[in-house]
Design a protein. Structure first.
Length: 352
């Protein structure tokens, strides 16, 4: 009895074992494009996407070649591209844009792709079978020789029978009309007198409902700034001042007027990504006239979720304004729009 129970338990555990998941290879491709004067931001973004996708395909192609060599199969470039395009799936695409110090828009795209190794092995097996079938010699097919058929023997023709005369066809007799029964005429309906309805009682007149006063809409601007905005802008400002301290520069101080202008500009970026406002005026018009007369500078970014990525971009620029002694105050704004392409938007305004 115990042996039977143990055997049943082992069989049941094997039956409910989870199926092995397919192995996935992940590759990350990066592409960069600088927008020229004769193209739009969308075209520059498409060029960066294409470069990132090619970068990921090159990495995947190296893996596919290595797997095919393990099966004694050498693939040509066309076969590698065909297999890669069939089994490679784009998992995620990140788009980041920044405006450089010389007013040129730079686009950075990161593409994450994945390859199902089981699908790759099936494609390799298919190519192996295809090449084997092509290399195997074809055996000739023996066709049967035609048989000698005997000449047909002429058969005697049967005698022709004379046609027999047909009997005369009887004509059908016309039917005898039966007399129709008399049709009864319908009797006219008897009109019933219409009952007289009693008069309805008159409902008392209700006094009019007093009209509630309408509350006028608030004239204060909407405040989409969440606590996440304060955290991220604070982190970016701290990173900027840390880099300034490394080169012996004084830290920048936060200015509320610059922050207010940056908040207006960062929401405008979701409508029109440009160093100009949606109405065509310069970005500096968000500041009061007293600040417009000062030396000011604006940086705009999108697609950067981590402030460290923005700092890394600043450090790659030649003579970045972030490390300049010409500016002493700063205003930073961050806006998150999940239904947009870049999702994350940043504006940094510097002033003296």
């Amino acid at each position: 009895m115990k042996k039977l129970f143990v055997t049943t338990l082992i069989a049941g555990s094997l039956f409910f074992m989870p199926a092995a998941e397919a192995a996935i290879e992940v590759y990350i491709g990066e592409g960069q494009a600088t927008m020229s004067e004769d193209e739009s931001q969308d075209k520059a973004t498409d060029r960066a996407k294409l470069k990132a996708l090619r970068h990921a395909q090159e990495q995947a192609g190296v893996y596919i070649k290595s797997q095919s060599r393990m099966r004694d199969l050498e693939l040509v470039e066309d076969e590698v591209e065909t297999i890669t395009g069939g089994i490679m799936k784009i998992q995620n695409t990140d788009i980041r844009k920044s405006l450089s110090d010389n007013g040129v828009i730079q686009v950075f795209v990161t593409v994450t792709v994945q390859i199902d190794t089981d699908a790759l092995q099936r494609e390799i097996d298919r190519l192996i079978d295809k090449r084997k079938a092509k290399d195997e010699p074809k055996t000739p097919i023996d066709r049967p020789k035609p048989l000698d058929r005997p000449e047909p023997v002429a058969q005697p023709k049967p005698p022709v029978e004379e046609p027999k005369p047909k009997p005369p066809v009887e004509q059908p007799k016309p039917p005898v009309e039966q007399p129709k029964p008399p049709v009864e005429q319908p009797k006219p309906p008897v009109e019933q007198p219409t009952p007289i309805e009693p008069p309805k009682p008159v409902e008392p007149i209700k006094p009019p409902t007093p009209i509630e006063p309408v509350t006028p809409p608030s004239t204060e601007p909407s405040k989409p700034w969440l606590s996440d905005e304060q955290i991220k802008t604070g982190d970016l400002m701290e990173l900027i001042n840390n880099e300034r301290a490394k080169v012996g520069k004084k830290p920048l101080t936060r200015n509320s007027v610059l922050v207010k202008g940056a908040r207006v500009r960062v929401e405008e970026l979701t409508q029109k990504w440009s160093d100009k406002r949606p109405d065509g005026s310069g970005w500096w018009t968000v500041l009061p006239p007293s600040f417009q007369q000062k030396s000011t500078w604006e940086y705009i970014h999108s697609g950067y979720d981590n402030p460290q990525e923005i700092i890394d971009w600043y450090l790659k620029q030649n003579d970045s304004k972030i490390l300049s002694t010409n500016y002493t105050t700063i205003g930073i704004a961050y806006f998150y729009k999940p239904d947009s392409a870049e999702k994350y938007y940043w504006v940094v305004i510097l002033s003296n």
